[in-house]
Structure formats: C-alpha cells, structure tokens
Design a protein around this ligand. Structure first.
Ligand SMILES: [Fe+2]
Length: 180
C-alpha cells in the first residue's frame, strides 16, 4: 500500500509546503518592491523632461498603488497576513534611478533616456517576479491569487511597452545629439 507523505503531491512529487513557503516569500519581496515604488515613482515623474514621459510614469504610479492593493488581496486569498520583506534587487534599481537623475542635467532628453532605462529595468524585474508568482500560484491551486497576479503582470508588460514606444519616439535619438 502506498504511504501518503504529508505535503508531497502524490501525482507530481512536488513538495508543496516548500513551494508554498517560496511563494509566500516571493510575495513578500514584491510587496516591499511595490510599496517602495509608490514613493520612488513621483520623484522620477518630477525629474522627467517630456510631458509624455511624466504622464506615463504618473499613470503607472496609480497602477502601482493598485498593485499594492492586489498583493494585499492575494495574501488575504491564501489566509496570509500581508507583510513585506526587503527586496534588495528593487532597492538597488531604485538607487540606480536616483543616481541617473542626479548625474543628468535637468530639462534634457538625456535625462529622459536615463529615466526610461531605469524604469524599464524596474518593469523587467517586476515582469519576471509576477510571471514566476503567477505560475507558482497556479501550481499551488491558488486560483484567485493567480488571477490577481496575472492582472498586474499584464499592466507591467503594458507599462514596459509604453516606455519602449516613448523611447523609440525620439527621446533616445535626441539625447545623442544633445549638447552636454
Ligand atoms: Fe507594479
């Protein structure tokens, strides 16, 4: 007779308790990241040269506030208290964004190109995180959390695409020709 081992999925052999722990840990990481982005994005928007970039960052700020709420809903959906754990990667990315603003001149397209670069690094980190989280939620059978995570994942992808479009629309090429 087969012995049922606690927390090991008999069909897949996956240790669900370890996977669950990883999932919660990653949720806490991105929760920290989103909360800190809420305070970092207004500074990036304020530093932007073009109205187009400023508007895009401001729009993503209100989406980001919603990402924080969605994560709280995801925690609630699995009966976990929402808590944040310092995300060293996002802390580094935010620090880099601040440095780019400090190292570029106000009112230049070069600054915008730098802000776009920093913002896209942030988006790519988030896309990777939410992609993994959504997959983990699905594997663990957390349907509601998976849906919430997917909704945010799609908004991060859209934000990234918009930043690419703004960059391609000329900011980067203008930056090349700009006087120092
Ligand atoms: Fe986000």
């Amino acid at each position: 007779m087969e012995t049922k081992v606690k927390n090991i999925d008999q069909a897949t052999g996956v240790d669900e308790s370890a996977l669950n722990e990883l999932f919660i840990d990653e949720l806490k990481d991105i929760y920290w990241a989103e909360k800190h982005l809420v305070s970092a994005l207004p500074k990036m928007a304020k530093a932007a040269t073009s109205d187009e970039l400023r508007t895009a960052i401001e729009a993503h700020l209100s989406e980001t506030e919603n990402h924080v709420t969605r994560l709280e809903d995801a925690f609630a959906s699995i009966n976990e208290k929402a808590s944040a754990k310092k995300c060293e990667a996002m802390a580094g990315l935010i620090k880099e964004a601040t440095e780019i603003v400090e190292d570029t001149k106000k009112g230049t397209f070069t600054r915008d190109a730098g802000i776009i670069s920093a913002a896209q690094k942030v988006e790519h980190y988030e896309i990777a995180s939410y992609g993994t989280l959504k997959t983990l939620a699905t594997v663990l059978g957390y349907t509601e959390a998976a849906e919430l995570l997917e909704a945010t994942l799609n908004e991060e992808k859209n934000a990234d695409n918009l930043l690419s479009k703004i960059a391609q629309a000329g900011i980067n090429s203008k930056g090349i020709h700009e006087k120092k």
